[in-house]
Design a protein around this ligand. Structure first.
Ligand code: GLP
Length: 271
């Protein structure tokens, strides 16, 4: 796990935006897995600004969103489908047929989820999966106790998650209790993962995810065994990490290592 600690959400956003831009441009990544929630909003704004400056192109990009509330129409103001439309899709040149979403009103849940998995495979798999982190350590809507090998399916939300999402709905009883979500195993199949966490209320989940034991009680902790994960967080979310000095040291030395590798390459080329 590569843990990058930045001063504030703005710096987290700059880092994440640069990484997404670089992957789309240089590594020719095409398939993105996308999250919703408050955390990625700044990233989406930065990507829109980048697109407007001509730095990033979504014409060939294919997206799969992580999850959707069960019971909400795609046009419902609080549906994740609508969230993505308002916060990213309607502002960039992504092709509507390249946007994939779980339905909040599927005819047959199992068939619908299996079909979503099939579509991810048909697209060639997810190149870069972007994630947020729930206060209880969930990723997507994989709440604590989710099987670490789970696939796309329905999930009952915890009361804590319902409380967290209460702010988006008029009344508590309007907050959906169930969702469809990519499974933990589905997320783990991505080639590379970028997780964003900001704010003090994520400090416990960050500690459990990065430095705790790998456990279904903190589904995010499974990322410890993924070979290409970058966690970028602000100081507030990093507040409870014990090894923060090492993460900072590592980042500092990564740049130095790049210099060392460039120097080596020059030496080989000049011989
Ligand atoms: C929801 C989403 C997650 C998201 C989490 C945290 O539960 N399903 O994908 O990571 O909220 O949201 P926020 O970024 O608003 O803290």
């Amino acid at each position: 796990m590569n843990v990058v600690i930045k001063a504030d959400p703005k710096a987290v956003t700059e880092f994440a935006c640069e990484m997404v831009r670089e992957r789309l441009a240089h590594d020719r990544y095409r398939v993105l897995g996308l999250p919703t929630g408050g955390t990625p909003v700044l990233l989406y704004q930065a990507l829109i600004a980048s697109y407007q400056r001509g730095e990033v192109d979504f014409a060939e990009v294919i997206t799969f969103n992580l999850d959707e509330y069960l019971g909400l129409e795609p046009t419902h103001p609080q549906s994740y489908r609508r969230f993505m439309e308002e916060n990213l899709f309607s502002h960039v040149n992504i092709r509507p047929e390249n946007i994939h979403f779980l339905s909040g009103l599927p005819d047959d849940i199992d068939e619908h989820c299996a079909d979503y998995e099939r579509k991810i495979v048909e697209a060639g798999g997810i190149n870069l999966q972007i994630l947020g982190l729930g206060r209880d350590g969930h990723i997507g809507f994989n709440e604590p106790t989710s099987s670490l090998r789970s696939r796309t399916r329905d999930k009952t939300l915890t009361k804590a998650t319902i409380e967290d999402n209460r702010r988006y709905f008029a009344r508590e009883e309007d907050v959906p209790r169930w969702a469809l979500t990519m499974g933990v195993g589905t997320i783990m199949d991505a080639h590379e993962i970028l997780l964003l966490a900001t704010g003090r209320n994520k400090a416990d989940a960050m500690k459990a995810m990065v430095e705790g034991p790998m456990t279904a009680m903190c589904p995010g902790s499974v990322l410890q065994v993924h070979p290409r994960v970058t966690v970028v967080c602000d100081e507030a979310a990093a507040a409870k990490l014990d090894h923060d000095a090492y993460y900072r040291w590592m980042e500092e030395n990564d740049y130095r290592m790049q210099g060392f590798l460039d120097e080596q390459r020059r030496r080989v080329e000049s011989n």
